[in-house]
Design a protein around this ligand. Sequence first.
Ligand SMILES: Cc1cc2nc3c(=O)[nH]c(=O)nc-3n(C[C@H](O)[C@H](O)[C@H](O)COP(=O)(O)OP(=O)(O)OC[C@H]3O[C@@H](n4cnc5c(N)ncnc54)[C@H](O)[C@@H]3O)c2cc1C
Ligand code: SF4
Length: 488
Amino acid sequence: MAEAAEEARHVWSHKARIALFLSAMRHFREALLREGICVEYLALDRNGGARSLAEALASSVGRLGPDRLIVVEPGEWRVEQALREAAVRLGRPLEIRPDRHFYCSREEFAAYARERRALRLEFFYRAQRHKHGVLMDGRDPEGGRWNFDAANRESFGKDGPGAVPRPRRFAPDGLTAAVLRLVEERFPEHPGDLDTFAWPVTREQALEALDDFIMYRLPWFGAHQDAMWTGEPFLSHSLLSAALNLKLLDPREVVSAAELAYRDGYAPLAAVEGFIRQILGWREYVRGIYWTFMPEYLHRNHLDARQPLPGFYWTGDTRMACLREVVRQTLRYGYAHHIQRLMVTGLFALLLGVRPAEVHQWYLAVYVDAVEWVELPNTLGMAQYADGGVMASKPYAASGKYIQRMSNYCAGCAFRPEKAAGADACPFTTLYWDFLMRHEARLRANPRMRPQVNNLARLDGALRQAIQEQAARIREECRSAPAAPVLD
Ligand SMILES: Cc1cc2nc3c(=O)[nH]c(=O)nc-3n(C[C@H](O)[C@H](O)[C@H](O)COP(=O)(O)OP(=O)(O)OC[C@H]3O[C@@H](n4cnc5c(N)ncnc54)[C@H](O)[C@@H]3O)c2cc1C
Ligand code: SF4
């Protein structure tokens, strides 16, 4: 095992993301040592650590002289390539073993993809439910329906979410505290706070976090899954993504625990189906997309977006209340829930026309759960439509009125979500109409976008021109906001 500085610097990683990976690795090393397993571990604060994983491997091979190398499939194409190249350089055969922490292997998904013209989540998810016997009633879906999405899109009323049980958080132990100090020393210029760090870093803690979610928040997960509220970063979400991605939890045990809660009458079917769909459906599906389409997927830019990422993505300093809230929360915790990622930060970048590669680097940097196999398809495919429809059947384009419906952000904002032009027009709404105009021909060809594009007919010539001019000004202002750091 090696702590390589390159892995923290490859993107401008949030301090909590670096700390979480290092702390989980160090705790895992301790657990292996307790089992009597010999571990070769290169720490960042011993002998300067290693610059890259390939360098660490070369140094260990030199010292230990193994006949062959065996690794589990990495979570990133770049790392797999680096290991393959290092093995050739070192003259050792490399065996890459399947990662058993997934339901669907890379080969199984590739075979599934070869047989289909379009890869839609819904059909993949149903096939997975069948195959693994999850939430099934014989050959039929439990409750007679595969999908309870319609019941899972509610906003909170005027009074907000009420008293949502707080998620279980874990105070840093000695090992984690040492890692937090190391991160502050080695990566002081990186974004994000460390004083809120309370993520599970061991298998035992991850299991406690799972129990806590199933017991106290799963029953409320479904209905308000897409809703957002100022000052409430976590709501009824599970906060289990990082523990799953670090393999502290197996997706099968998470899915089984949720299904059991339904069968035992603790949680309603709509909530449990909504949750299981995220893990057995989306999580497996995006991994399949990643490995099937890499490495060319990384360079896709279907909408020819060329704007730089606005500097306020790294600070939260903007008058737009929704973006301010989500970016500041992200910097504080390294966490935002799915709709905050998709329909606030993701939506703004889509409408503004930010280069997908820059959007990707931001998402890979700022979330504690970010690993490329899951982050890239969500960002490039789902949020930016840069893959031209491999993942999503249409762009997730919406105006500020969507954010107004799903949150209370607009109530505390200088702008008005219903206005597309004028000094107090919501930038999301201006850019939404401008997006439809800029891409009208392309979007009209997509039957699912046609109703939205047809609404352009409601705008008279003067309003169209005012929107286009205002959108150009917004793009100019965003361009002159402080630049993002230059990455290695
Ligand atoms: C632009 C963008 C970037 C994202 N980047 C990441 C990332 O780097 N790492 C990551 O794990 N997730 C990512 N997601 C997916 C999702 O937003 C997070 O998994 C989720 O918000 C994590 O919070 P949670 O554990 O509280 O999730 P919950 O809302 O409680 O959902 C339960 C679990 O389902 C899984 N899940 C839910 N949605 C997705 C999805 N779309 N794709 C894959 N798994 C999903 C996660 O493992 C999650 O823990 C991204 C989504 C978007 C739109
Ligand atoms: S008015 Fe527009 S910018 Fe302001 S919070 Fe609402 S959606 Fe965001």
